[in-house]
Design a protein around this ligand. Structure first.
Ligand code: SAH
Ligand code: SF4
Ligand code: F3S
Length: 440
């Protein structure tokens, strides 16, 4: 049997896509391996979001040059650079963009004949044609899973490549998502994270009508065995009332929300084309917290967007102070080819970006530690995921997505156990069973 190796970079959607590509390859006679060494097919599933992410691909391709098998480039660099990839690294046999994964078998067949196909068509609905998830592979993937429900973005933030690499917003039909979620639950999955570039803009066909993300969550909550639901990533402008209410009313929806704001200055938000103010975000967070007071908030931030002044940056710091994040991701602005912000003449010098990023990250780390410390002394349900680093230890997740270390005797993988948190260290919590098993 021929062996295929997939290496993914970037966001969770690439992780999910890798599982669907693996199913596609398995259906056409490949066996998956976790080693590039000796593989008949090596597929790099790439990310184009920042310059560093894109450059990684070329250094990896340089390293892989000596390998004997076919080499394919998938993901967002494939979409953004297309044929340029083969020009820069002729060792590459084929290129496939994120909306064309159903064409993998045909592309591989062409590459085997010595052609160098490049497929970056964005117009197909790949989900209609992809091989169905394979039960055996699903079982091997553990008790948590990603499930893409929406793909693409119509927002066109001035810094971002995603609308160009993933195409226009498309929501999958509710029935397909429910069927896939059922299959995951039957294979032992207890927690599903619904994915979309703008997941809260979900608007999927449902019978004769359409369902919102809140409507979809309500249907998924009915599935036996599925204990926890999450979703990511959301845009503040699509945070509808029914979704906020779901955080109050839907017991299976976990109290964690990743809601990127990017910056705290209205001038910068406008230049970024975010279409909301910092105060609108503050008010939105207040409404979400009213619905679910203990919700853990997470966000993304960009420092050094072109034209960002010291005062603009201080407005970001002030916003972070006001909100109080449980976790967050922050980045230096990276000019991306083809995006409006990249050609601006007021780029912020690297040294200033570094200094701002350091200050922001210090504040975010302080907030994360405070959030974790506030959990000490509380009891909470933990989904046991896998063995921990040390013998005799499990690691699981709290409702707030923190890793929690507990003694092995507390239960088995897939159990949700009530634990008492006794310590917080680094990003993790440490806990003992509180005695009572919540769900088998
Ligand atoms: N809504 C998307 C966001 C994808 S990009 C999602 O589904 O995840 C993830 C984050 O990368 C963004 O929120 C933004 O903070 C950051 N980012 C995007 N483009 C960037 C750029 N050009 N430079 C630096 N960071 C960027
Ligand atoms: Fe990019 Fe903005 Fe779309 Fe998120 S909402 S994917 S940051 S364009
Ligand atoms: Fe990267 Fe594409 Fe995801 S650019 S962040 S892999 S959508």
């Amino acid at each position: 049997m021929k062996r295929a190796f997939i290496k993914s970079y970037g966001c969770q959607m690439n992780v999910y896509d890798a599982t669907r590509m693996a199913d596609q390859l398995t259906a056409s006679g490949y066996e998956m391996t976790d080693k590039a060494d000796g593989a008949d097919l090596i597929l790099l599933n790439t990310c184009h979001i920042r310059e560093k992410a894109a450059e990684k691909v070329y250094s990896e391709l340089g390293r892989l040059k000596g390998e004997g098998g076919l080499i394919g480039v998938a993901g967002c660099v494939a979409q953004a650079e297309g044929e340029e990839i083969i020009r820069r690294q002729p060792r590459v046999d084929f290129v496939v963009g994120p909306q064309a994964y159903h064409r993998l078998p045909a592309l591989i067949a062409a590459a085997e004949k010595g052609q160098s196909p490049v497929e970056t068509d964005l117009s197909d609905d790949k989900f209609q044609s992809l091989a169905a998830p394979q039960r055996r592979a699903v079982t091997a993937r553990g008790v948590t899973a990603f499930l893409t429900v929406q793909e693409g973005c119509d927002k066109f933030c001035a810094f971002c490549v995603v609308p160009y690499t993933r195409g226009a917003e498309v929501s999958r039909p509710v029935a397909d998502i429910v069927a896939e979620a059922r299959q995951l639950a039957e294979a032992g999955v207890r927690e599903i994270t619904l994915l979309g570039q703008n997941v809260n803009a979900f608007n999927g066909a449902d019978g004769g009508g359409r369902a919102s993300l809140a409507g979809l969550l309500a249907q998924l909550a009915e599935i036996d065995g599925l204990a926890r639901l999450r979703f990511t990533t959301s845009h503040p402008n699509d945070m509808s009332e029914d979704l906020i209410a779901a955080h109050r009313d839907e017991a299976k929806l976990m109290p964690y929300l990743h809601l990127p704001v990017q910056a705290g200055s209205d001038r910068v938000l406008k230049a970024m084309n975010r279409k909301h103010t910092a105060d609108a975000y503050r008010e939105l967070i207040a409404r979400i917290r009213k619905a679910r007071p203990d919700i853990a908030l997470s966000g993304d931030f960009i420092v050094g967007f072109p034209g960002e002044t010291d005062a603009d940056f201080e407005a970001t710091m002030a916003l972070v102070e006001d909100i109080g994040y449980a976790s967050a991701y922050s980045f230096k602005y990276s000019p991306r080819p083809g995006t409006p912000a990249a050609t601006r003449t007021d780029q912020v010098p690297e040294a200033i970006m570094s200094e701002r990023l350091q200050r922001l990250q210090a504040l975010l780390t302080t907030q994360q530690k405070a959030f974790n410390r506030a959990c000490v002394g509380r009891t909470m349900p933990v989904l046991i995921e896998k063995p921990g680093k040390h013998a005799g230890q499990w690691v699981g997740r709290s409702p707030y997505l923190q890793p929690v270390h507990i003694p092995e005797g507390a239960g088995s993988v897939g159990d949700i156990v009530e634990v008492a948190v006794h310590a917080a260290e680094g990003n993790s919590l440490f806990a003992e069973p509180a005695g009572r098993r919540v769900a088998a």
